[in-house]
Design a protein. Structure first.
Ligand SMILES: Nc1ncnc2c1ncn2[C@@H]1O[C@H](COP(=O)(O)OP(=O)(O)OP(=O)(O)O)[C@@H](O)[C@H]1O
Ligand SMILES: [Mg+2]
Lengths: 382, 215, 227
């Protein structure tokens, strides 16, 4: 991402030894947290409920004052100047959406531009633009939030935060209140948006899968706001720093590690594949060698399909056969997770790898699980 | 300035006690009769929804009509009597108790309702054994508000020749005698507080299941 | 009371030209009553609502509001009226003071309760968007609290009209005079007409205000549906 916007790679938000204790009697919500967030990256804070994620966000926009420590945004301590001016330059998507129920969607989105005194024309242009950006139908702009679904409300929440084009976005479980299907779509859209907008985003979730999908960097917090580990998704999945992180990424871990590896990294098997121009005899030999009941046919390297050994003709040529298409076909760029999905989806023990129709090889379950086993050692070593 | 004359209190304490009892009596009769009527109306409103509108409209009008006007309206028919006072006082308790009873019953969870039906309760049994007891905290809140309001309104019945402690307020107004006004007003406030606390205690006794949640 | 039949008494009262014209006539008493009530409610609203808004905005009025509700309800309006009148003397001004004192509490408590009831998520987003305290109050808290504040004003109006009737006992004017004089003169016709007029004014005022309330807050239904 260093080739993006000019300021990219510079620290945009920094927390130095920040602590927050709400009331003296109770344990701290955040303790000595030091964190640097670079311009243009998405940092995801994850951790169990009550570990201080929301508190960290609120300290960045001064909805909560830290008990001790320093916070800077764009090189300026947040404590300097009026809090409301700081907040206008930081988009905030709150955990409970919090749209203004007495304003139309249009006016909700226009909140910050209105505060900044934009002209009505500019506000109106911007509102339409944002509606398109987050995939809201224009017809919804004149409705009240009460007449929107949960997912639509969350889109409005995101549009509202983006309205004045702030360089920094704080997003507190912005997709928490929607069903998994809509959530995945909103996540995809955020990834897409970020490719174009290159904001500095601090994103909070307690869903590790969401963190892995969205984060350039993941910060794992424990109760009391203690930092357990930070790093890229791959680092965290492959080298969990301690037992807590290991448990937290838990069941997701193996599946997520699958998602991080590509077919291209494996040494593929050739399998019982023969050119159509060879003889049935050669085909039977290939099947016997591989121990399969079928053979795959290629014509000049392009996949034709497969036929059962029992249907191979006695005649000298394979030309007249009608091969059946393979059930599970993936490209070399596919992740191992997609590959396993494809196998499971077609009830096959293996998948065919091909690029633009050209056959590359076979991958099976055993190879996938071996790849997982070797990954830890190889990554840790490198 | 000597606005409170203890000597007067000493000489009139029997009258004060009598008037206090009159105040309690007028209030108690009004609240008990009002509660019975209001719960009856609420039962009708809960069972037959289309009656809810008319019942609240009528009780709301009774509540809106100023008490003095209501008493004055009744006097040509029922005279300067306790009956006149009670008709007026009762009519002010209805709206609050009806509203709270219906709201309380409506607030009972669907789960409880379905469980009752599932065990084969009749509609009547379901109401008296499940919905009504569970609505008691809300109903009691209504009865408490109605009682405190009634204590205040009783003072106005002084112009009908009764009034409980309100008698002293009216007498004090006529003679500009502060001691009587203070006895009447402060006494009425204290009475309201005592009755409110007493009802809160009754509510606790009637609804023991709410206590653990609060603790 | 007299032995004349009620109908006869009514006919006498209504047939008297002084009932319709002059210093003790129905139109004049009605005017007095409405003026006294309106001035009292407006004055109380102006005195009470702004500080209530501010207190609730700063989260300072919670305990005070609860205390005011409880004590306010327990204090007999009749007692307050008499205390003020004996203290300040007879006449319309003391009555006005008493009415303002009585209509303040419901407006105060409703305003505080309404502002405190605004969804914390909505407030968090208001502050988080960078609104100033003033903007949070005027653009978010006040509009969202408006229905409940209006309800407080409605309760106050109802109470003021009722108590303005009592003001006649303290030598004030208004429609209550017919009732008080009716009692004093044992004139059942005057008494009954007074009662009917006061009741009519109270019920009509309530209906008008309720209708106005619905028109004033048209977005209420959709606003309530949102969360
Ligand atoms: N205003 C407050 N006053 C007192 N304690 C608070 C306040 N806000 C949060 N806390 C406490 O601070 C801790 C951290 O809360 P925070 O909201 O930051 O957690 P979170 O990680 O966002 O949790 P969740 O995933 O449930 O949203 C919790 O123990 C919470 O009870
Ligand atoms: Mg949170």
């Amino acid at each position: 991402m260093s080739d993006q916007a000019g300021a990219a790679g510079q620290p945009m938000i920094s927390l130095q030894d920040v602590s927050k204790t709400y009331d003296a009697a109770s344990a701290p919500a955040v303790e000595s947290l030091t964190l640097e967030i670079l311009s243009g990256e998405i940092v995801v804070l994850v951790g169990p409920s009550g570990c201080g994620k929301t508190t960290v966000l609120k300290m960045i926009n001064r909805l909560v004052e830290p008990t001790s420590g320093d916070i800077e945004v764009a090189g300026t301590p947040v404590g300097e100047g009026e809090p409301h001016l700081l907040r206008r330059s930081i988009g905030y998507v709150i955990q409970q959406v919090g749209l203004f129920p007495h304003w139309t969607v249009r006016r909700n989105i226009a909140t910050v531009p209105e505060l900044l005194g934009w002209s009505p024309q500019r506000i109106s242009d911007r509102t339409g633009e944002l509606a398109r950006l987050v995939g809201l139908d224009e017809s919804m702009l004149d409705r009240y939030p009460g007449a929107l679904s949960g997912g639509q409300q969350q889109r409005v929440g995101v549009a509202r935060a983006l309205a004045a084009d702030p360089p920094v976005l704080l997003m507190d479980e912005p997709f928490g209140a929607v069903d998994p299907i809509v959530r995945h779509r909103l996540q995809d859209e955020l990834v897409d948006l970020q490719k174009r907008l290159r904001k500095t985003i601090v994103f909070v979730t307690h869903d590790i899968e969401e963190a892995i999908k969205l984060g350039d960097r993941i910060v794992i917090l424990n109760v009391g706001g203690v930092l357990e580990q930070q790093g890229s998704p791959a680092e965290i999945l492959s080298r969990p720093a301690n037992r807590f992180v290991e448990d937290f990424i838990g069941a997701e871990r193996n599946l997520q590690r699958l998602a991080l590896r590509r077919v291209a990294e494996l040494r593929l098997k050739w399998g019982p594949m023969v050119e159509v121009s060879t003889t049935p005899e050669a085909a039977r030999e290939a099947a016997a060698r591989e121990g399969t009941e079928w053979v795959g046919l290629l014509s000049d390297g392009v996949m034709a399909g497969w036929v059962p050994v029992s249907e191979l003709p006695e005649s000298p040529s394979l030309e007249g056969l009608e091969p059946r298409p393979f059930g599970a076909v993936v490209s070399r760029r596919a992740s191992l997770r997609q590959t396993v999905d494809a196998m499971v989806g077609s009830s096959q023990e293996m998948a065919v790898v091909a690029e633009d129709g050209y056959y590359c090889g076979l991958v099976d379950f055993r190879m996938v699980s071996e790849a997982l086993g070797s990954q830890r050692g190889s990554r840790a070593g490198g | 300035m000597n606005i409170f004359n203890w000597e007067w209190v000493g000489r009139n304490w029997i009258a004060i006690v009598e008037r206090t009892w009159e105040h309690v009596f007028l209030t108690a009769v009004a609240v008990v009769v009002g509660t019975v009527i209001a719960i009856g109306l609420a039962v009708v409103a809960v069972r037959r929804r289309r009656w809810y509108g008319p019942i609240t409209s009528v009780t709301n009008i009774l509540y809106t009509v100023p008490s003095l006007a209501l008493f004055a309206f009744l006097v040509p028919f029922t005279g300067l009597s306790t009956l006149t006072s009670e008709i007026g006082l009762v009519s002010y308790t209805l709206l609050i108790i009806v509203r709270n009873t219906v709201a309380g019953v409506d607030g009972v969870s669907r789960g409880v309702r379905e469980a009752a039906d599932g065990m084969g309760f009749t509609a009547r049994r379901r109401f008296w054994k499940a919905e009504f007891p569970l609505a008691l905290p809300v109903i009691m809140a209504g009865i408490r508000i109605a009682s405190v309001t009634t204590v205040g309104l009783v003072t106005i019945t002084a112009i009908l020749g009764q009034g409980g402690l309100g008698y002293f307020i009216l007498a004090g107004l006529r003679s500009f005698f502060w001691t009587q006004i203070i006895i009447g007003t402060v006494g009425s406030v204290l009475l309201a507080v005592v009755i409110d606390v007493g009802l809160l205690w009754v509510e606790r006794l009637l609804t023991p299941w709410t206590r653990r949640a609060a603790a | 009371m007299t032995d004349r039949p009620l109908v006869e008494e009514l006919r006498l009262f209504l047939g008297d030209p002084q009932t319709w014209w002059g210093p003790a006539s129905i139109p004049l008493r009605l005017g007095e009553h409405l003026l006294l009530s309106a001035v009292a409610v407006l004055a109380a609203a102006a005195l009470v609502i702004p500080p209530a808004l501010w207190a609730a905005h700063r989260r300072r009025g919670v305990v005070a509001a609860a205390a005011v509700v409880n004590i306010g309800r327990a204090v007999p309006t009749f007692g307050i009226l008499v205390v003020v009148v004996v203290w300040l003397g007879l006449g319309p001004w003391p009555a006005l003071v008493a009415l303002v004192a009585l209509s303040g509490p419901p407006m105060f408590t409703n305003t505080v309760a309404a502002v405190l009831a605004v969804d914390p998520a909505v407030l968090e987003s208001a502050w988080g968007m960078g609104m100033t305290g003033r903007a949070v109050l005027m653009k978010v808290e006040l509009p969202l609290a408006l229905p409940v504040i209006a309800e407080g004003i409605r309760i106050a109006i109802s109470q003021v009209i009722a108590t303005a009737t009592l003001a006649a006992l303290a030598a004030g004017g208004g429609l209550g005079r017919f009732i008080v004089d009716g009692f004093a003169k044992r004139d059942q016709g005057e008494l009954l007409m007074g009662a009917v007029l006061v009741a009519a004014v109270a019920v009509v005022a309530e209906m008008l205000f309720t209708r106005g309330q619905r028109r004033l807050v048209p977005s209420q239904a959709s606003a309530e549906g949102s969360r």
